[in-house]
Design a protein around this ligand. Sequence first.
Ligand code: FES
Length: 252
Amino acid sequence: MPTDFPQSYRLTGVRKLTPTVKAFEFAHEFDFVPGQFIMVWVPGVDEIPISLSGPNQITVKKVGEATNALHSLKKGDYIGVRGPYGNGFSIPGHRVLLVGGGVGIAPMKALAQYGEKDFTSVIGAQDKTELFFRQYFPGLHMCTDDGSAGEKAFATVVAERLLKDRKFDAVAACGPEVMLKFLFQICEKANVPAYFSMERWMKCGIGVCGHCSVDPTGWRVCKEGPVADGTVLRNSEFFQYKRDQAGREVEL
Ligand code: FES
Protein backbone atom coordinates (compact mmCIF):
# COMPACT_ATOMS: atom_id res chain seq x y z
CA MET A 1 0.00 0.00 0.00
CA PRO A 2 1.33 3.46 -0.83
CA THR A 3 1.90 5.97 1.97
CA ASP A 4 -0.23 9.05 1.27
CA PHE A 5 1.25 11.21 4.03
CA PRO A 6 4.90 12.13 3.65
CA GLN A 7 7.14 9.95 5.77
CA SER A 8 10.50 11.26 6.78
CA TYR A 9 13.39 8.99 5.78
CA ARG A 10 17.07 9.44 6.56
CA LEU A 11 19.47 9.32 3.63
CA THR A 12 21.76 6.35 4.14
CA GLY A 13 23.92 6.99 1.08
CA VAL A 14 24.53 9.65 -1.56
CA ARG A 15 26.67 8.77 -4.59
CA LYS A 16 27.73 10.97 -7.46
CA LEU A 17 27.24 8.91 -10.63
CA THR A 18 27.97 11.59 -13.24
CA PRO A 19 28.72 15.34 -13.17
CA THR A 20 24.94 15.97 -13.06
CA VAL A 21 23.39 12.78 -11.59
CA LYS A 22 23.39 11.45 -8.03
CA ALA A 23 21.88 8.30 -6.49
CA PHE A 24 20.24 8.66 -3.07
CA GLU A 25 19.53 5.70 -0.81
CA PHE A 26 17.12 6.10 2.10
CA ALA A 27 16.26 4.10 5.21
CA HIS A 28 13.12 2.36 3.92
CA GLU A 29 12.60 -0.37 1.31
CA PHE A 30 9.46 -0.10 -0.81
CA ASP A 31 7.63 -3.04 -2.27
CA PHE A 32 7.37 -1.55 -5.76
CA VAL A 33 6.87 -2.27 -9.44
CA PRO A 34 9.71 -0.93 -11.64
CA GLY A 35 8.44 2.23 -13.31
CA GLN A 36 6.55 3.45 -10.23
CA PHE A 37 7.50 6.81 -8.73
CA ILE A 38 7.49 8.49 -5.34
CA MET A 39 6.71 12.09 -4.42
CA VAL A 40 9.83 13.48 -2.78
CA TRP A 41 9.54 16.47 -0.47
CA VAL A 42 12.78 18.43 -0.31
CA PRO A 43 12.48 20.27 3.01
CA GLY A 44 11.71 23.96 2.51
CA VAL A 45 11.79 23.79 -1.29
CA ASP A 46 9.24 21.70 -3.19
CA GLU A 47 7.76 18.27 -3.74
CA ILE A 48 8.63 16.48 -7.00
CA PRO A 49 7.90 13.08 -8.58
CA ILE A 50 10.92 10.81 -9.03
CA SER A 51 10.94 7.24 -10.36
CA LEU A 52 12.38 4.62 -8.06
CA SER A 53 15.62 3.13 -9.35
CA GLY A 54 15.54 0.54 -6.55
CA PRO A 55 13.44 -0.35 -3.49
CA ASN A 56 15.22 2.32 -1.41
CA GLN A 57 16.83 4.38 -4.14
CA ILE A 58 16.16 7.37 -6.36
CA THR A 59 18.52 8.69 -9.02
CA VAL A 60 18.25 12.38 -9.77
CA LYS A 61 19.62 14.76 -12.40
CA LYS A 62 20.15 18.41 -11.47
CA VAL A 63 17.62 20.29 -13.59
CA GLY A 64 15.94 22.87 -11.35
CA GLU A 65 15.45 24.30 -7.90
CA ALA A 66 14.20 21.14 -6.17
CA THR A 67 16.73 18.81 -7.80
CA ASN A 68 19.56 21.29 -7.06
CA ALA A 69 18.46 21.31 -3.41
CA LEU A 70 18.33 17.49 -3.40
CA HIS A 71 21.88 17.39 -4.75
CA SER A 72 23.06 19.49 -1.80
CA LEU A 73 21.79 16.91 0.73
CA LYS A 74 24.23 14.58 2.44
CA LYS A 75 24.13 11.18 4.08
CA GLY A 76 22.22 11.58 7.36
CA ASP A 77 19.90 14.33 6.03
CA TYR A 78 16.16 13.67 5.70
CA ILE A 79 13.69 13.73 2.81
CA GLY A 80 9.89 13.41 2.91
CA VAL A 81 8.41 10.63 0.77
CA ARG A 82 4.91 9.54 -0.26
CA GLY A 83 4.07 6.67 -2.56
CA PRO A 84 4.98 4.61 -4.45
CA TYR A 85 2.44 5.68 -7.06
CA GLY A 86 1.49 4.88 -10.65
CA ASN A 87 1.19 1.70 -12.64
CA GLY A 88 4.80 0.64 -13.28
CA PHE A 89 5.82 -1.65 -16.14
CA SER A 90 3.57 -4.60 -16.91
CA ILE A 91 4.99 -6.11 -20.08
CA PRO A 92 3.67 -9.20 -21.83
CA GLY A 93 6.05 -11.68 -23.45
CA HIS A 94 9.57 -12.58 -22.51
CA ARG A 95 12.09 -11.01 -24.87
CA VAL A 96 12.18 -7.31 -24.12
CA LEU A 97 14.35 -4.55 -25.54
CA LEU A 98 15.13 -1.93 -22.87
CA VAL A 99 16.04 1.58 -23.99
CA GLY A 100 17.20 4.28 -21.58
CA GLY A 101 18.29 7.76 -22.58
CA GLY A 102 19.96 10.28 -20.23
CA VAL A 103 18.54 10.15 -16.72
CA GLY A 104 15.84 7.84 -18.16
CA ILE A 105 18.48 5.15 -17.60
CA ALA A 106 17.50 5.21 -13.88
CA PRO A 107 14.00 3.63 -13.97
CA MET A 108 15.19 1.20 -16.66
CA LYS A 109 17.87 0.00 -14.24
CA ALA A 110 15.08 -0.98 -11.80
CA LEU A 111 13.33 -2.88 -14.61
CA ALA A 112 16.57 -4.59 -15.69
CA GLN A 113 17.27 -5.58 -12.07
CA TYR A 114 13.80 -6.76 -11.01
CA GLY A 115 11.81 -7.28 -14.22
CA GLU A 116 12.44 -11.04 -14.67
CA LYS A 117 12.52 -10.97 -18.49
CA ASP A 118 15.06 -11.84 -21.15
CA PHE A 119 16.40 -8.34 -21.61
CA THR A 120 18.60 -6.79 -24.25
CA SER A 121 19.55 -3.22 -23.32
CA VAL A 122 20.46 0.03 -25.00
CA ILE A 123 21.59 2.99 -22.93
CA GLY A 124 22.59 6.30 -24.43
CA ALA A 125 23.86 9.68 -23.26
CA GLN A 126 25.57 12.78 -24.62
CA ASP A 127 29.03 11.54 -23.64
CA LYS A 128 30.76 8.91 -21.52
CA THR A 129 30.63 11.01 -18.34
CA GLU A 130 26.81 10.84 -18.38
CA LEU A 131 26.50 7.06 -18.74
CA PHE A 132 25.78 5.30 -15.44
CA PHE A 133 24.46 2.01 -13.98
CA ARG A 134 25.91 0.10 -16.96
CA GLN A 135 26.68 -2.91 -14.71
CA TYR A 136 22.95 -3.59 -14.21
CA PHE A 137 21.97 -3.97 -17.87
CA PRO A 138 22.05 -7.42 -19.50
CA GLY A 139 23.02 -7.66 -23.20
CA LEU A 140 24.18 -4.06 -23.07
CA HIS A 141 24.68 -1.81 -26.10
CA MET A 142 26.05 1.60 -25.12
CA CYS A 143 26.02 4.69 -27.28
CA THR A 144 26.97 8.33 -26.97
CA ASP A 145 26.30 11.39 -29.14
CA ASP A 146 30.04 12.14 -29.38
CA GLY A 147 31.34 8.55 -29.57
CA SER A 148 33.34 8.89 -26.31
CA ALA A 149 31.91 5.55 -25.08
CA GLY A 150 30.25 2.74 -27.02
CA GLU A 151 28.90 3.46 -30.47
CA LYS A 152 28.65 7.01 -31.79
CA ALA A 153 24.92 6.98 -32.40
CA PHE A 154 21.54 7.85 -30.91
CA ALA A 155 19.88 5.12 -28.84
CA THR A 156 17.02 5.07 -31.38
CA VAL A 157 19.39 4.09 -34.19
CA VAL A 158 20.85 1.21 -32.17
CA ALA A 159 17.34 0.09 -31.12
CA GLU A 160 16.12 0.15 -34.72
CA ARG A 161 19.01 -2.06 -35.82
CA LEU A 162 18.39 -4.55 -32.98
CA LEU A 163 14.68 -4.69 -33.85
CA LYS A 164 15.60 -5.55 -37.45
CA ASP A 165 18.13 -8.22 -36.42
CA ARG A 166 16.21 -10.01 -33.67
CA LYS A 167 12.70 -10.82 -32.56
CA PHE A 168 11.43 -8.98 -29.48
CA ASP A 169 8.05 -9.26 -27.75
CA ALA A 170 8.10 -5.65 -26.55
CA VAL A 171 10.15 -2.47 -26.14
CA ALA A 172 10.31 -0.69 -22.77
CA ALA A 173 11.83 2.77 -22.61
CA CYS A 174 12.39 5.96 -20.68
CA GLY A 175 14.19 9.08 -21.80
CA PRO A 176 13.72 12.47 -23.46
CA GLU A 177 10.32 12.71 -25.18
CA VAL A 178 11.94 13.43 -28.55
CA MET A 179 13.84 10.13 -28.26
CA LEU A 180 10.62 8.34 -27.33
CA LYS A 181 8.80 9.94 -30.27
CA PHE A 182 11.25 8.44 -32.78
CA LEU A 183 11.44 5.17 -30.90
CA PHE A 184 7.66 4.86 -31.01
CA GLN A 185 7.67 5.32 -34.80
CA ILE A 186 10.32 2.59 -35.02
CA CYS A 187 8.22 0.25 -32.82
CA GLU A 188 5.10 0.89 -34.92
CA LYS A 189 7.05 0.13 -38.11
CA ALA A 190 8.48 -3.06 -36.59
CA ASN A 191 5.07 -3.99 -35.19
CA VAL A 192 6.44 -4.43 -31.66
CA PRO A 193 4.40 -3.20 -28.66
CA ALA A 194 5.85 -0.17 -26.85
CA TYR A 195 5.75 0.53 -23.11
CA PHE A 196 7.18 3.95 -22.37
CA SER A 197 7.54 5.78 -19.06
CA MET A 198 6.20 9.30 -19.66
CA GLU A 199 6.48 12.63 -17.81
CA ARG A 200 4.22 15.60 -17.24
CA TRP A 201 4.04 18.27 -14.53
CA MET A 202 2.58 16.79 -11.37
CA LYS A 203 1.19 18.31 -8.22
CA CYS A 204 -0.87 15.83 -6.20
CA GLY A 205 0.59 12.61 -7.64
CA ILE A 206 -2.59 10.71 -6.75
CA GLY A 207 -5.03 11.47 -9.57
CA VAL A 208 -6.93 14.33 -7.89
CA CYS A 209 -5.72 17.71 -9.18
CA GLY A 210 -5.84 16.96 -12.93
CA HIS A 211 -2.53 18.70 -13.53
CA CYS A 212 -0.95 15.74 -15.32
CA SER A 213 -4.02 14.90 -17.44
CA VAL A 214 -3.17 14.25 -21.06
CA ASP A 215 -5.30 15.58 -23.96
CA PRO A 216 -7.78 14.53 -25.24
CA THR A 217 -8.67 11.60 -22.97
CA GLY A 218 -7.68 12.89 -19.55
CA TRP A 219 -5.36 9.90 -19.04
CA ARG A 220 -3.48 10.84 -15.88
CA VAL A 221 0.27 10.29 -15.90
CA CYS A 222 0.33 9.92 -12.10
CA LYS A 223 -2.56 7.47 -11.86
CA GLU A 224 -3.08 5.49 -15.10
CA GLY A 225 0.61 6.04 -15.95
CA PRO A 226 3.40 6.88 -15.93
CA VAL A 227 3.92 3.84 -18.20
CA ALA A 228 1.90 4.32 -21.41
CA ASP A 229 1.27 1.67 -24.05
CA GLY A 230 0.67 2.18 -27.77
CA THR A 231 -3.04 2.93 -27.35
CA VAL A 232 -2.26 5.93 -25.18
CA LEU A 233 0.82 7.02 -27.10
CA ARG A 234 -0.96 6.93 -30.47
CA ASN A 235 -4.01 8.92 -29.40
CA SER A 236 -2.80 11.71 -27.18
CA GLU A 237 -0.78 14.92 -26.92
CA PHE A 238 2.37 12.85 -26.35
CA PHE A 239 5.07 13.62 -28.93
CA GLN A 240 3.24 16.82 -29.97
CA TYR A 241 3.12 19.20 -27.01
CA LYS A 242 3.10 19.32 -23.24
CA ARG A 243 2.01 21.86 -20.65
CA ASP A 244 4.15 24.03 -18.44
CA GLN A 245 3.67 24.46 -14.69
CA ALA A 246 0.88 27.00 -15.32
CA GLY A 247 -0.93 24.64 -17.74
CA ARG A 248 0.05 26.49 -20.95
CA GLU A 249 0.78 24.40 -24.03
CA VAL A 250 4.46 24.14 -24.92
CA GLU A 251 5.66 22.56 -28.16
CA LEU A 252 8.15 19.77 -27.80
S1 FES B 1 -0.63 15.15 -10.49
FE1 FES B 1 -2.65 15.54 -9.79
S2 FES B 1 -3.87 14.27 -11.12
FE2 FES B 1 -1.81 13.75 -11.60
